[in-house]
Ligand binder design. Structure first.
Ligand SMILES: [Mn+2]
Length: 467
């Protein structure tokens, strides 16, 4: 790669570090995936160690609500991690640090803008310095560089940046590279991480042996993936017992000899091109107990991703910050969330709430379904046996500021011309609301007494769009 400018990156890091150190109090804004959660945990730990008041907000994208939260915060500094670079020109307040690795906003150039306030953004992004944001470093990694610059003692957080990078799949191929490699070295030096040559399938610490191979998908093991019996036979042929002491064994429970024999047998089964992907670096987080999903960087990242997916990023962050109770809480919150959704689906089905019209189908959940899960419920009805595949589904639920609308459609309908984002935007504005989104998943908020009128407009627009 040409033009990698580590000095330039370090300079940006130092500016950001000075801004954080000098802040009175901090709002941390981060992404809800594993990388964003690890990044937020690093930033929050830094604030805690500096004795600064802080709070944390998570967003799944830098939408209007996130931009408002940044621009209107009363905190003296807003630290945006794993988000923000694409929206620099929308950020209008003083005192912003962005530690991100996404492609920067092209209408923003450091020091070249006529709008002075943009200069108040301390922007740290590998793209500005010739690095590749998709592989050289993650959002948590960039955040970590700032943490390290503030105080070398913060290198004990390096393992979190490794978890973030794994969450963004930057380890795929043969392990971490680029600046990630330096961060990895920090984690190894302080004893919190061991690099171990091993089979790189998912679930080394927590999946029972058979499931470890049966559910393997990256890479697939020919003859074993998706075939439970074949996986059973694989181990018994090698004389490897599946259970010991009354419990299922996992891959990391195997003795060195067993593991070597099994790895060799697996390699024999692999397609030539996948062999180098099967065995390689794994990252063992030595401070966490064996047999937990926090012991393996990849599994840790998956745990955080599931927190984010189940609307529970703050609990994921607490896990990163060493809160043992948060591990249990995340399990409970996940199952509560699942119960919530399956309860909502049952409600629609049992009460025959779904009404079918010529070009759309819809249901009105009133106050029975939380507006935060309405879109998920509509999508699951559409993909399950609860609704008609060939029609867009429109869902209503009461919310604090009117009626929340979620619209979902099968992907194939987009190919036939459907654009729910346009439809939600147009129909909502015609009844005094607002809306938008994507072509097969969109939403709106409309006044409570406009549902029927809204449906009629949506139906007209759908019939006009779809061929
Ligand atoms: Mn990221």
């Amino acid at each position: 790669m040409q033009g990698m400018d580590l000095k330039g990156l370090e300079k940006a890091v130092m500016k950001a570090a000075a801004a954080v150190s000098g802040a009175d109090d901090v709002l941390i804004v981060s992404h809800i995936d594993a990388d964003g959660i690890s990044a937020a945990a690093i930033a929050a730990t830094v604030c805690e160690r500096l004795g600064k008041d802080y709070d944390v907000l998570f967003f799944n994208k830098m939408g209007e609500d996130a931009i408002d939260a940044v621009n209107n915060s009363s905190r003296s500094l807003v630290w945006i991690s794993d988000l923000g670079s694409g929206y620099l020109s929308r950020l209008s307040r003083d005192g912003i640090v962005v530690t991100d690795h996404h492609v920067p906003d092209s209408s923003w150039r450091m020091g070249q803008t006529t709008l002075g306030e943009f200069n108040r953004i301390m922007h740290v992004n590998p793209h500005d310095h010739g690095y590749e944001g998709s592989s050289d470093i993650s959002g948590a990694g960039v955040t970590y560089l700032v943490a390290k610059s503030i105080d070398p003692a913060n290198t004990d957080l390096a393992y979190l940046a490794v978890v973030g990078a794994c969450g963004d799949m930057q380890d795929s191929g043969n392990g971490l590279s680029g600046i990630n490699r330096m961060i990895l070295d920090d984690a190894v030096s302080n004893g919190s991480l061991e690099i171990k040559e091993d089979v790189r399938l998912y679930g080394r610490e927590t999946r029972p042996l058979v499931g470890f191979l049966q559910y393997s998908s990256d890479p697939e093991v020919p003859g074993l993936s998706n075939d439970q019996e074949a996986c059973n036979a694989f181990y018994s042929r090698l004389g490897i017992p599946l259970r010991k002491g009354g419990r299922n064994r996992c891959w990391t429970d195997l003795s060195e000899n067993e593991r070597a024999a099994a790895a060799e047998a697996l390699l024999d089964l692999m397609k030539e091109k996948d062999r180098t992907r099967l065995v390689g670096e794994t990252y063992v987080l030595t401070d966490f107990p064996k047999g937990t999903d926090r012991r393996d960087a990849k599994e840790f990242a998956t745990l955080l991703n599931s927190c984010g997916r189940y609307n529970d990023a703050p609990t994921g962050m607490r896990i990163c910050m060493g809160d043992e109770d948060a591990v249990e809480a995340s399990k409970e919150n996940r199952s509560a969330h699942k119960r919530n959704i399956s309860g909502a689906i049952d409600l629609v089905k049992k009460n025959d709430l779904l009404k079918v019209r010529r070009f759309i189908q819809y249901f009105d959940a009133g106050s029975e379904i939380k507006d935060t899960v309405l879109g998920i419920v509509a999508g699951m009805l559409l993909n399950g046996d609860g609704a008609y595949r060939g029609l867009p589904i429109i869902a209503f639920a009461d919310s604090d500021d009117g009626v929340k609308v979620s619209a979902r459609a099968e992907k194939g309908m987009a190919e036939r011309g459907l654009n729910l984002s346009e439809i939600m935007k147009k129909a909502a504005s015609m009844v005094g609301g607002f809306g938008g989104g994507h072509n097969v998943a969109a939403g709106a908020t409309i006044p409570g007494d406009k549902k029927e009128e809204f449906l009629e407009i949506v139906e007209d627009l759908v019939s006009a769009q779809v061929i």
